[in-house]
Design a protein around this ligand. Structure first.
Ligand code: GLC
Length: 453
């Protein structure tokens, strides 16, 4: 009898764990969504691979300077890093009067760069809202007196150009709660959470946002439970929406996608992810920041990220008047030119389990492999180790495709290159196979060694 009830208890426990009734599973997958459903919802995001991030708000007015001094760190942190008082920061907000803002031009620039989605800071840590929210006066209309609606114009331009529209929203809010300490003591947290819900509902209902991109989840008063509740609330309002993992606690919560920041993981993370990077250093416009990455560096970053199954969300910090910094425009145009030719090796591609070659990166799509050549070999031969099958065709992508000669080899592909490296950054080669690309693994090597003994 004892034995039988023991078995029963184990069975019940196993059942509870497998159905997630223990709670932990529910917090990490609040809607109990199945993998196939997630894959379908995330399809456009994973196909797109490349998006534009915009950090723009009251902080842009200061350009990283306060009382004649450059304040260290990211420009959008200036309220905090520069110890700017509540009263003084209100005055900064009042000066936010973009007279050169052109939503159409912004989204056209993103589209021409090959970007498939767009995410803009609608409320950053400073608490200033980029739309006329019914739930606060701390916004572009009531405080800065703007007579137009940038989010409405951007959302419409996104629809016009086939770019998905996304909104960044900070959980941490220096205007609403300077430290958040009172929330930890229990005071006012419920009202603030309601404020956040009301505002994200505005972003969904008035601007039809496709992505909710949270930040500031490190706040101690914000918990996994809070994250799961907010996630559920949003998905119920708009089931197709995509939410980043900072809606909860980013270390534990992985859905809908992970968000490595100013860093690229060493390998595919095994779940959907997007790395965000700046073109210079600061996210928000900063006059003193001239550390611009080159087009070659940015394209290598995109290739590197996509070769590991991720997306790149590349940031622009527009000036307070609404114009993009000139340097960003140049890089974006050049990336766009490259994407016109090489984009097929980026969009809808995935990682492949072949060790990274010393000369560049690899992506795969269907029965093709894409070789992103960062370093053009001096001896005119490109060797791809780890592939069992020989390709039926190798083509160098360009305005016109150029067939390349493949010399038969075993467990690798040897490609003869034109001696002259083609002009422009990161040449792209497509290898076409008949059948799935068969990868040569270390275990195969061991089997060969055993057989040879
Ligand atoms: C960091 C910065 C924040 C920025 C974010 C983008 O968290 O502190 O200002 O918005 O990165 O991921």
């Amino acid at each position: 009898m004892m034995y039988r009830s023991g078995v029963l208890l184990t069975l019940v426990l196993a059942l509870l764990i497998s159905t997630g009734v223990n709670g932990a599973e529910d917090l990490l997958n609040p809607l109990g969504e199945r993998d196939a459903e997630v894959e379908q919802r995330m399809a456009w995001f994973n196909e797109g691979r490349f998006g534009m991030f915009i950090h723009w708000g009251a902080y842009s007015v200061l350009g990283g300077e306060w009382q004649g001094k450059t304040i260290p760190f990211y420009a959008e942190w200036i309220r905090h890093k520069g110890n700017i008082s509540k009263v003084d920061y209100r005055k900064v907000c009042e000066q936010f009067k973009p007279d050169r803002f052109d939503a159409d031009a912004w989204i056209r620039t993103a589209r021409d760069a090959g970007m498939k989605y767009f995410v803009i800071t609608t409320k950053h840590h400073d608490g200033f809202c980029l739309w006329d929210s019914a739930y606060t006066d701390y916004d572009i209309k009531d405080l800065a007196g703007l007579d137009f609606d940038p989010l409405a114009e951007l959302s419409a331009a996104c629809k016009k150009y086939g770019v998905r529209f996304g909104t960044y929203y900070s959980i941490m809010d220096w205007e609403y709660a300077t430290t958040g300490a009172e929330f930890l003591r229990g005071g006012g947290k419920e009202q603030y959470v309601q404020y956040m819900k009301d505002q994200v509902r505005e972003l969904i209902e008035e601007y039809d946002t496709d992505i909710l991109w949270f930040d500031g989840d490190w706040e101690k008063w914000w918990t996994l439970e809070d994250g799961a509740e907010l996630y559920t609330y949003i998905r119920e309002l708009k089931p197709s929406i995509i939410i980043n993992n900072r809606v909860s606690k980013r270390k534990q919560f992985k859905r809908d996608f992970g968000t490595p920041e100013q860093t690229t993981p060493g390998m595919d993370l095994g779940y959907d992810w997007e790395a965000c990077w700046t073109i210079n250093h600061s996210w928000g416009f900063k006059k003193a920041d001239t550390k611009w990455k080159t087009t070659q560096q940015l394209i290598e970053k995109l290739s590197d990220i996509v070769s590991k199954g991720g997306n790149l969300l590349l940031n622009v910090g527009p000036k307070p008047n609404g114009a993009f910094p000139e340097a960003s425009i140049g890089q974006l145009r050049e990336i766009g030119q490259w994407m016109q030719v090489a984009g097929e090796g980026i969009y809808g591609t995935d990682s492949i389990e072949i060790p990274q070659p010393s000369w560049g990166r690899l992506t795969q799509k269907g029965q093709s492999l894409y070789l992103h050549v960062f370093n053009w070999p001096a001896d005119g031969k490109l060797v791809l180790e780890g592939v069992k099958l020989q390709p039926t065709r190798a083509a160098l992508l360009g305005a016109t495709e150029q067939n390349l000669r493949v010399v038969p080899a075993e467990n690798r592909v040897d490609i003869i290159l034109p001696t002259q490296k083609p002009a422009g950054p990161v040449p792209m080669i497509r290898l076409e196979f008949e059948g799935d690309v068969e990868v040569f693994r270390e275990t195969d090597q061991r089997e060969i060694e055993v057989a040879n003994h």
